[in-house]
Design a binder for this molecule. Structure first.
Ligand code: PLP
Length: 434
């Protein structure tokens, strides 16, 4: 009774005075203070509700505060809150088994990390040690995380001030709407992007390349669903030149695309899979590498020179076990697929009646809507207008994920039909107002 209750204003002020935020100039930030959430809804400190169409950082696939996942973390905390990675632990092994059950044939080990960046870091390390080669090819339009190698593997602007790791090469991937290859069809885009990739491999020297590292569906870069044949073609190039294929499933994996792994829909099998986010919906920080047998056996008699104090942390492991079990029992993966095809696909396609909608693309609960000031020229809508659009969406009760000139429509995979329709209706109204 002696302390004043927290408000949006008091939490904002406290945050501003002490918290240093990611990817930002610190001076003029005004982050939305969030106090709680349930399912696909979050609320601020003043009690105002928002439909969470961002899934925070596209990671809360199972929705906020799933009771079984919360209970599993609480039970594990009461039993054993931490354990060194060198020990065996039942919950950690069970988490690994549940992940491997969802991976293709020929994967039998999981290395746990603290998140997605260090998952990529360790996958790159494994590929280099396995092949005895150094270089890693990734796409310009990609994000792989904010650590030494992962940020240099990243394609976007965030790489440039951080380019201290060596051995990273980039190529353009397919993106028909803004084709680098003058393509006019998905077939042309796939064929020409593959030709470009193979020429980069040859020009760099195939014998110097350890891995091709790709997001199965580049997420932050714009949810760039690859055209048919592209990923299978990358697999062939990798095989032809003895290069490992690492698929980064950090954002796309564990229900986001309506599959356990996004590559399941493309009929390709990588050599290493990196994951984080959706595996436990971020309830506890965790990520990892799913390792194919040849790479795993390479380290049977050789020391793997890598490790982390919190590799396979019991709270993270318990949350993975509970999240994957609940997702299975509740049909969360199939819900994402059905919502994508039956609700989001038609509702988002209808947004094209607004002249500022340039393209709608996606799958499952993983969609992007590109906004343009000139439909013919495909000119990206400017940052100031996107800022107004974001503010308007918030005032209408929708928490959006805005990236450059796009809104990414990425609700939790547990979103209901009604919530999905309501969210798109809010976007529709805000586009009309724009
Ligand atoms: N890879 C992809 C595809 C991502 O989207 C992200 C994060 O957004 C990462 C890696 C990095 O993951 P983390 O932020 O957990 O390190």
């Amino acid at each position: 009774p002696t302390e004043a209750a927290a408000t949006n204003a008091s939490v904002s002020e406290s945050d501003r005075s002490s918290v240093f935020h990611s990817w930002s100039a610190q001076g003029s930030l005004a982050p939305l203070p969030l106090a709680g959430g349930l399912g696909s809804t979050v609320w601020d400190v003043d009690g105002r509700e928002y439909l969470d169409f961002s899934s925070q950082l596209v990671n809360v696939n199972i929705g906020h505060q799933h009771p079984k996942v919360v209970a599993a973390i609480q039970e594990q905390a009461a039993r054993l809150t931490t354990v060194a990675p060198a020990h065996a632990n039942e919950t950690r092994a069970e988490a690994a088994h549940l992940i491997l059950e969802r991976a293709p044939e020929g994967f039998s080990k999981v290395f746990f990390t603290n998140g997605g960046a260090d998952a990529n870091e360790n996958a790159i390390r494994m590929a280099r040690l396995f092949t005895g080669r150094d270089k890693v090819i990734s796409h310009y339009r990609s994000y792989h995380g904010n650590t030494g190698g992962a940020i240099v593997a990243t394609g976007d602007w965030r790489r440039m001030p951080n380019e201290y790791a060596t051995g990273h090469v980039h190529a353009f991937g397919p993106y028909l709407y803004r084709s680098e290859f003058w393509a006019e069809s998905p077939e042309q885009e796939a064929e020409r992007a593959l030709h470009h990739l193979e020429r980069v491999v040859q020009a760099e020297g195939a014998q110097t390349i350890a891995a091709i590292l790709l997001e199965t569906i580049p997420g932050t870069a714009g949810i760039l669903v690859p055209p048919p044949g592209y990923l299978a073609g990358v697999r062939e190039i990798a095989d032809r030149y003895g290069i490992l294929l690492i698929l980064d499933e950090v954002m796309a994996g564990f229900a986001r695309t309506g599959e356990w792994f996004a590559f399941d829909a493309f009929g390709v099998r990588p050599d290493l899979i990196t994951f984080a986010k959706g595996v436990n919906s971020g309830y506890v920080p965790v990520g990892g590498v799913v390792i194919s047998d040849p790479v795993s056996h390479h380290f049977d008699e050789r020391v793997f020179p890598g490790g982390l104090t919190y590799s396979g942390h019991p709270l993270a492991a318990a949350s993975i076990v509970a999240a994957l079990t609940a997702m299975e029992e509740e049909g969360v993966v199939s819900n994402a697929k059905r919502i994508g095809s039956e609700v989001l696909a038609p509702a988002l396609a209808a947004l094209s009646r607004h002249d500022i909608v340039g393209e709608v693309r996606g799958t499952g609960v993983f969609w992007a809507v590109e906004l343009v000031s000139d439909r013919e020229a495909r000119t990206p809508l400017d940052a100031a207008t996107m800022g107004r659009f974001k503010t308007d969406l918030l005032s209408r009760g929708l928490l959006p994920f805005i990236s450059e000139n796009r809104i990414h429509v990425v609700p939790p995979a547990v979103v209901t039909d009604e919530e999905a329709r309501r969210g798109v209706a809010i976007i529709d109204e805000a586009l009309a107002a724009l």
